[in-house]
Design a protein around this ligand. Structure first.
Ligand code: MTE
Length: 323
C-alpha cells in the first residue's frame, strides 16, 4: 500500500511480478512527492536471507471449529515474512528484517473514551481476560492477496464489556504504538510512507462487538510474532487487512467516525468500511479475484470474504458508496 502518484504508464499491480521491479518503483518514489494511491508487489519474498520469525511462548487455545475455515493454513514461514507493517518499512520483507527491535514486554493497552470504567490493561491481564480460542480465518489484503491464519484470541466484545461503553459511544478507535526507536519506519528521515503516526483504525461499535472481531494475541499456537503485530492486534476477517491494526496501545470509544490512517492518506481508495467486496473495484485494480499466498492461480474473492453472517450489519447501506 505504498503511497505515490500513479503515472499513465504504470503497470497494474497484477502485472508487477518481480521484486526487483517493485524495488525500482520504490527508487522512483523516493524522488517523487508522496500523494494519494497505493500500489504493491504481490510476490512472496525470495531473499534467502529473510528469516521467518522465531516462535515465542506457546499458547493453549481450543479451536472454535464453527468460526474456522477449512482451507489449509498458510505456512508460518510465509505468514511471518510477507507482511504489511509500515512502522518497519513499506516493503513486504521489512517487518521480517527489522521488527526484532519491537519490545512486546512490558506492554499495556489503555481502553478509554466514552465508557464508565476506563482502564489500562497489562498484557498479561489481557491474555487471561477471556478464554483463548483458535480461529482459522482468511485474511484478504486490499492489494489482492490472501492468507489463511490460525489466530488465537477472544472476541473484542469481551474487553469492551469490561469498560462499559456509554450510550453515546458509537465507534471504537484503535491506535498502534508510536516509538521511532522501536519502529524505525516512524522516523522522520524514513522515506516511502506518508502515513501519519500512530496508525489508526476504527470500527462502528456493532462491528467492533461482532463475535467475529477477534482481539488477537497469538497465531499458530504461539504468542504473536513481531512482524504480525506483537503483542496484541485486532483481526476483522470480513474487511480488508488494513482494518486489522497491529501492536495496539490504545482503544478509544468515541461518538464520531474515527479518522483512520489509510482513509486520511487516500480517501478515494480506502473507505472507512472497507468490507471485502468483489464488486467494488479499487480505483486502479479489480477486487474480483485474489492470489492466495502459495498458490499460482487466482481465486474468486467472496463478498465479506465469505463471512456472510455480517451482512445484516449493513442492511440499508449502499456498499458501493460506503466502501
Ligand atoms: N497495522 C499497523 N499498525 N501498521 C500497518 O502497516 N498494515 C495492515 C494491517 N495492520 C498495518 C497494520 C495491512 S495493509 C495488512 S494487509 C495487515 O496488517 C497484514 O497483517 P499481516 O502482516 O499479519 O498479514
Amino acid at each position: 500500500m505504498l503511497i505515490r502518484i500513479p503515472g499513465p504508464h504504470d503497470p497494474r499491480p497484477s502485472e508487477i511480478t518481480a521484486r526487483s521491479v517493485y524495488l525500482n518503483r520504490r527508487a522512483f518514489m523516493a524522488g517523487s512527492v508522496a500523494a494519494a494511491a497505493a500500489v504493491v508487489g504481490c510476490e512472496a519474498p525470495t531473499e534467502a536471507a529473510l528469516k521467518p520469525a522465531p516462535k515465542g511462548q506457546a499458547l493453549a487455545a481450543a479451536r472454535n471449529q464453527s468460526l474456522s475455515v477449512s482451507d489449509a493454513p498458510t505456512p508460518w514461514d510465509s505468514a511471518t515474512t510477507y507482511n504489511n507493517f509500515y512502522e518497519f518499512g513499506t516493503d513486504k520483507a521489512d517487518p521480517a528484517l527489522h521488527a526484532h527491535t519491537l519490545r512486546p514486554r512490558p506492554w499495556s493497552v489503555e481502553v478509554g473514551g466514552l465508557c464508565h470504567k476506563p482502564k489500562t490493561f497489562d498484557i498479561d491481564e489481557l491474555l487471561k481476560l477471556a478464554p483463548l480460542e483458535e480461529r482459522v480465518y482468511s485474511l484478504r489484503c486490499v492489494e489482492g492477496w490472501s492468507m489463511v491464519i490460525p489466530w488465537i484470541g477472544y472476541p473484542l466484545a469481551a474487553l469492551l464489556k469490561r469498560v462499559e461503553p456509554t450510550g453515546s459511544a458509537k465507534y471504537a478507535e484503535f491506535q498502534t504504538l508510536v516509538d521511532p526507536e522501536q519502529m524505525p519506519g516512524q522516523k522522520p528521515s524514513f522515506f516511502g510512507s506518508s502515513l501519519d503516526w500512530p496508525y489508526v483504525e476504527g470500527l462502528r461499535l456493532d462491528e467492533a462487538t461482532h463475535p467475529l472481531t477477534l482481539l488477537t494475541v497469538g497465531m499458530y499456537g504461539h504468542v504473536l510474532p513481531n512482524p504480525n503485530g506483537a503483542p496484541i492486534r485486532i483481526v476483522v476477517p470480513w474487511k480488508y487487512g488494513f482494518k486489522s491494526a497491529k501492536s495496539l496501545v490504545r482503544i478509544r470509544l468515541v461518538a464520531d467516525e474515527p479518522k483512520t490512517s489509510w482513509n486520511k492518506a487516500a480517501p478515494n481508495e480506502y473507505g472507512f468500511y472497507s468490507n471485502v467486496n468483489p464488486s467494488v473495484d479499487h480505483p486502479r485494480w479489480s477486487q474480483a479475484t485474489e492470489r492466495r499466498i502459495g498458490e499460482f492461480r487466482r481465486r474468486k474473492t467472496l463478498m465479506f470474504n465469505g463471512y456472510d453472517q455480517v451482512a445484516s450489519l449493513y442492511t440499508g447501506m449502499d456498499l458501493k458508496k460506503q466502501y
